[in-house]
Design a protein. Structure first.
Ligand SMILES: CC(C)(COP(=O)(O)OP(=O)(O)OC[C@H]1O[C@@H](n2cnc3c(N)ncnc32)[C@H](O)[C@@H]1OP(=O)(O)O)[C@@H](O)C(=O)NCCC(=O)NCCS
Length: 149
């Protein structure tokens, strides 16, 4: 929570999806254990915010399973291509894996966002489906999933 201001600044610099500060606070309170910041010399240079959600595997049975949902990922523009995004994603995936009940990690990414899609593929994420008009400007999202065992 102490890094909130820098997280919000990087979010505004890096992404068109700029959530209200209150939403970040709510997410950080809910899921501290699977969110992360990267720091260099005490300055925040990247973050990942994750939410743990319950979902039904079949859509109609009553069983609910927790999954990790990666809500927002960004690295400060001056610190890209240094392995920071990969290191943070690896940390989050390992952390979610260590919570034994979590069987999958999901995220949405713009279909045009080649750097991010390449990052997620490198970690083993696969495109599950395309969500048409997912973003406010009408761009579709790739829904990507990683199975954890
Ligand atoms: C996507 C993002 C988080 C990557 O962070 P990063 O620290 O620069 O990434 P890394 O240096 O760890 O790169 C890891 C892998 O990602 C892929 N990648 C990262 N940047 C890339 C680029 N510009 N072009 C192609 N592939 C890229 C590569 O596969 C790379 O592995 P490699 O170095 O072995 O080729 C960063 O570009 C960013 O903040 N973008 C703006 C915000 C954003 O799009 N967030 C995702 C929203 S879903």
């Amino acid at each position: 929570m102490g890094d909130l201001e820098e997280i919000v600044q990087i979010n505004r610099l890096a992404l068109p999806e700029n959530y209200p500060v209150g939403y970040f606070i709510q997410l950080l309170k809910d899921c501290k254990s699977a969110s992360v910041v990267a720091e260099i010399d005490g300055n925040v240079v990247g973050y990942i915010i994750t939410r743990i959600e319950k979902f039904s595997l079949t859509g109609f049975l009553t069983g609910k399973y927790p999954r990790g949902h990666i809500i927002s990922v960004a690295v400060h523009p001056e610190y890209r291509r240094l392995g920071i995004g990969y290191q943070m994603m690896n940390y989050v995936v390992s952390k979610l894996k260590s919570m034994k009940s979590i069987k999958e990690v999901t995220l949405e990414v713009r279909v045009s966002n080649e750097p991010a899609i390449a990052l997620y593929r490198k970690l083993g994420f696969k495109v599950d489906k395309v969500l048409e008009k997912y973003y406010k400007d009408g761009e579709p999202a790739n829904l990507m999933k990683l199975r954890l065992q």
